[in-house]
Design a protein around this ligand. Structure first.
Ligand SMILES: [Zn+2]
Length: 131
């Protein structure tokens, strides 16, 4: 289970809306599954169907997490036209099996945020608790 504070939950939805119709992406840092900080990164693909996190910004986020003793709890990205479920590309490009994948869908008027874990091409749902 991933715990996300309400303010961060709102922040990542706003990020998704700001970038739409392009996909947004970022990292959620925290401790023991509890998110404490969101890092919004540039999607270098500038695409509506896929994302790639800026390597420089990713490095900066990792450095900041190191300094604050945070771990990478999740990677988030948005689906601006499809449901909150990993796409084929998401499964293929899941490089961090130990890190949850949070997907913000803007398909419906009310955004849907769900978390998954992708391990060896299998998709597992992960519960999100907004605290
Ligand atoms: Zn996706």
């Amino acid at each position: 289970m991933i715990k996300i504070p309400k303010s961060i939950y709102r922040t990542i939805i706003e990020h998704a809306r700001r970038e739409a119709p392009l996909e947004c992406c970022g990292i959620l840092g925290g401790r023991e599954g509890a998110v404490e900080k969101a890092f919004d990164l540039s999607n270098t693909e500038r695409s509506q169907v896929r994302y790639s996190m800026s390597p420089q910004e990713q490095l900066k986020a990792f450095e900041e997490m190191d300094r604050e003793s945070l771990e990478m709890v999740a990677i988030y990205h948005s689906h601006t036209h499809t449901i909150s479920f990993p796409s084929e590309t998401d499964v293929k490009l899941a490089f961090y099996p130990e890190v949850a994948s949070v997907i913000i869908s803007l398909k419906e008027e009310t955004p849907v945020v769900k978390a998954f874990r992708i391990k060896e091409d299998a998709i597992y749902s992960e519960e999100i608790e907004v605290i």
